[in-house]
Design a protein around this ligand. Structure first.
Ligand code: C2E
Ligand code: CA
Ligand code: CA
Ligand code: CA
Length: 274
């Protein structure tokens, strides 16, 4: 028994060590990636639930380590947020996605929304709004064509300042979506009066909508509430026809997910846009 216990401890140590080594490795490679900006963007389409007309595209950052193996944003973004490099990565995503979007807009005469994920560190930066407006102007994109996807975490540190910033953005015409809604510490109490346009129903809710009774009830309530409060709803992670049908029944406005379109390269999304 003692032997088992010891090996149990040794196993635990190795796992922690592996994780730390991996984190340090990613951090070191990130540093290098920042100097030559070896990041890339994918775009995922968002569709109207009723007519399945294209509503917009969400830019999603992609990154490969030096061995050419993709590293998921779920893995490197938390590390980049911790060491402060997410602000410059996010800044690159903002300019590059708006630049690319402006080329497509002119080429194909588009009337679509570009959604960009904004990390909370990035959102909190002084001058965030001014820089964003400058980039929109530089590329000839109207504020109404842009939607910022933020999570509730932007509200945590300083609620008032964060909401004020949202109001200013919204007054300029920029759209705001609350991402990953329905997970984490979502609290309904602050939603009332929050200057956001859109609630993005998290994949966790979409996944459980037909499988788990309570998740189904929750999703139904969230959509009904969002409608009454005047928010648009987008469900993410829609993978099956059954989920799509159910979401449509519940009155969800927009659908995003592998069923209708995966995140794809700029070249592939261009095929879809023309
Ligand atoms: P998110 O914003 O909630 O984005 C949705 C994630 O789910 C994306 O993963 C997308 O590829 C994936 N997805 C979309 N539809 C489906 C589906 O039907 N099934 C499944 N299984 N997955 C689906 P991705 O691209 O790996 O991004 C993960 C997270 O990383 C994002 O979650 C977002 O929080 C963050 N992220 C990605 N790009 C950026 C970025 O440019 N800036 C910031 N700040 N965060 C980003
Ligand atoms: Ca998102
Ligand atoms: Ca999500
Ligand atoms: Ca998210």
């Amino acid at each position: 028994a003692e032997k088992d216990g010891l090996s149990g401890i040794r196993y635990f140590d190795t796992a922690v060590l592996d994780e730390l080594t991996r984190e340090l490795h990613i951090e070191k490679e990130l540093q290098e990636a920042l100097t030559d900006f070896s990041f890339d963007l994918n775009f995922q389409p968002q569709y109207d639930a009723k007519e399945q007309k294209l509503r917009g595209i969400e830019a999603l950052v992609r990154w490969k380590g030096q061995d050419g193996i993709p590293i998921s944003p779920l893995e490197f973004i938390p590390i980049a947020e911790k060491n402060g490099s997410m602000v410059s990565i996010g800044g690159w995503v903002v300019e590059e996605s708006i630049r690319t979007f402006s080329i497509w807009k002119k080429k194909y005469d588009l009337n679509l929304i570009l959604s960009i994920n904004i990390s909370s560190g990035q959102y909190r930066e002084d001058g965030f709004t001014e820089r964003l407006l400058g980039i929109l102007k530089k590329y000839g994109i109207n504020p109404e064509e842009l939607e910022l996807e933020v999570t509730e975490s932007v509200l945590f540190e300083d609620f008032r300042t964060a909401v004020e910033k949202m109001s200013v953005l919204k007054d300029y015409g920029i759209r705001i979506a609350l991402d990953d809604f329905g997970t984490g510490y979502s609290s309904l109490s602050y939603l009332k009066g929050l200057p956001v346009n859109t609630l993005k129903i998290d994949k966790e809710l979409t996944d459980g909508i037909l499988k788990d009774l309570n998740t189904g009830i929750m999703t139904e309530s969230v959509i009904a509430m969002a409608k009454k409060m005047g928010f648009e709803t987008i469900a993410e992670g829609v993978e099956t026809k059954e989920q799509l049908i159910r979401l449509k029944e519940l009155g969800c406005d927009y659908i995003q997910g592998y069923l209708l379109g995966r995140p794809m390269s700029g070249e592939d999304i261009e095929q879809l846009l023309k």
